[in-house]
Write a protein that binds this ligand. Sequence first.
Ligand code: SF4
Length: 338
Amino acid sequence: MHPAALWKALPDGRVSCRLCSHFCRIDVGRRGLCGVRENHDGALYTLVYDRVAAANLDPVEKKPLYHFLPGTTTFSFGTMGCNLSCSFCQNYSLSQPPRQGKAITGERASPADLVAAARRSGAASVSYTYSEPTIFFELMADTADLARAAGLKNILVSNGFQSRQCLDALAGRIDAANIDLKAMRPDFYERICGAKLAPVLKNLVRIRELGWWLEVTTLLIPGVNDSPGELSELAGFLAKELGVDTPWHISRFHPDFAMRDRPPTPPESLAQAYDLGREAGLRYVYVGNVPDQERSTTFCPNCGERLIERQDMGLQAARTAGGRCSSCGAPIAGIGLP
Ligand code: SF4
């Protein structure tokens, strides 16, 4: 156990966790909704500070981030646990056991160990990912500080359901984020994810204000969140509130966890969502989780030149020069583009 951050004591011995937008009020001896934060005698502790459940070296394109240090690798890790309970979770064996009262497993690894491993691996960055990094905030924050001091960038891959306090505590630590915007219907978040849409929308706008590099992902589920009206609304929100240079990743769904009654997303739905994103004015729209060379390519928004091609979640070819189109010279949005 490790002391938790971002909570306050209540007069009756309960604690109010301020880390995510659930704002759990936790009785003595009990855990919050995520299952990894526990009230011990009126103080809150995290149960995952020293429980790294997955760690890998990934291409940054796998996060997915297509416009942030393309072609580099990122040392990625996560603990068990999540503050959401999405019935379609594609990573439920890592995210859901603590919520179900099951054992929290993982390897003991300190922030210094993790940063040393990242440096040995040759990664350009550290990614907080796999489950939901919000719920391992303390481990993320301490690692991010050491990573930054070692010259590494920090990447947050998240469902965007943090509290405002959590985001602000991460403000000087994170360089880039990929945030899920799972749907534009409040009842989707409430019924299917056990959460709320409004905090996610607010956090996306806040992240834009914080100046992190931001890309957004939507998992397209047949018959659930794939209506043209909803997708146009979602893409319109991205274009209007976050800017047309915000890359939007539309990801293919596979039946998993508690949602096995739906087929995988058909390629034509992904193509339709791609077109709707472009019609909304977004300059960089991508289809993921499926081989689609054309729709994973970056085109110059000015002259249409093919600029950055990707394959197997990695960089294949880049024809930008100093972050500009090699044909017409127009700037291409991003950080560290060739
Ligand atoms: S992180 Fe969120 S879900 Fe977990 S205890 Fe805190 S408020 Fe509750």
